[in-house]
Ligand binder design. Structure first.
Ligand code: URA
Length: 269
């Protein structure tokens, strides 16, 4: 009896915590001390459907030491007050405007908003635009982009127009360095809104940076990949970045296993 009452109480606390975190996220709060850890405990559990042949042991609880600092909350007025009522990609793009919300604006040629179908069932998320993407204003159009296109067309038997492709940040970091926490923080509400509008069944995080940033862990991509996670309620599969595959073609077979898990999830395999 006592044990059952304790279980009920714990369940209620977990439910309240989950609902509190969701409310904070919905209202645009990007960080709280310990939020990352709490979210891992409450929301991000590896799901049972793993790519069987190579699925690595799930990490049931991300270790506290692996959680990275959350980006700070943006104070921007459009983000704070208007984003909630935005419900199309066009309106979101218009609201972003000629963005000056972070220092990446200084070196960019074009904002790389994202491309693809607003009804996409699968959404790929990379790190940030490179040189070619910055010039063209479109994600994944360089050599790595060509490989991603091959994965989509030859592997998934889909077109780039059927899926959606975006990045953690929408402007090219100088010298292709990793985006910094304040830059991620400034851009994060827009990526979240894109996900909210598109409502994909599956997210695919491409590479170390995207996977670690979205999941807020420091676990290497070699250990993250092949396992399902949840990102704001959407199933997320981390996999290797196409640029990494250009240097390590032997690992294409692992990406193929991850993509097969994605296809299975979408009922396409
Ligand atoms: N690498 C990325 O992560 N994103 C792009 O858009 C291009 C290369």
């Amino acid at each position: 009896m006592a044990a059952e009452a304790t279980r009920d109480t714990l369940r209620q606390i977990a439910e309240s915590l989950r609902s509190y975190l969701e409310t904070l996220k919905d209202s645009g709060v990007g960080s709280l001390p310990g939020h990352a850890v709490a979210e891992q405990l409450v929301l991000v559990r590896p799901l049972p459907e793993q790519a069987a042949p190579v699925a690595l042991a799930p990490e049931p609880m991300m270790k506290k030491a692996e959680a990275v600092a959350m980006p700070t909350q943006t104070q921007d007025m459009f983000v704070a007050s208007q984003l909630q009522s935005v419900n199309t990609l066009e309106a979101l793009r218009a609201g972003i405007g000629d963005c000056r919300r972070c220092k990446l604006c200084q070196g960019r040629t074009n904002i790389v908003f994202g491309v693809g179908s607003p009804q996409a069932e699968v959404m790929f998320v990379g790190e940030g635009p490179g040189h070619d993407e910055d010039l063209k204003g479109e994600p994944f159009v360089g050599r790595a982009g060509q490989l991603l296109t091959d994965i989509i067309t030859k592997g998934m038997k889909m077109t780039r127009e059927e899926i959606y492709i975006a990045n953690v940040v929408k402007c090219r970091p100088p010298e292709n360095r990793n985006p910094e926490p304040d830059e991620v923080a400034a851009c994060q509400p827009f990526l979240l809104k894109q996900i909210d509008i598109i409502k994909p069944r599956v997210l695919v995080a491409l590479g170390t940076y995207a996977a670690q940033t979205l999941l807020q862990v420091k676990t290497p991509i070699s250990r993250l990949r092949g396992v399902w996670y949840s990102y704001h309620g959407v199933k997320l599969m981390p996999t290797f970045h196409p640029a990494y595959l250009l240097r390590n073609p032997n690992d294409k077979r692992l990406v193929w296993l991850d993509i097969q898990a994605v296809l299975r999830e979408m009922g396409r395999l």
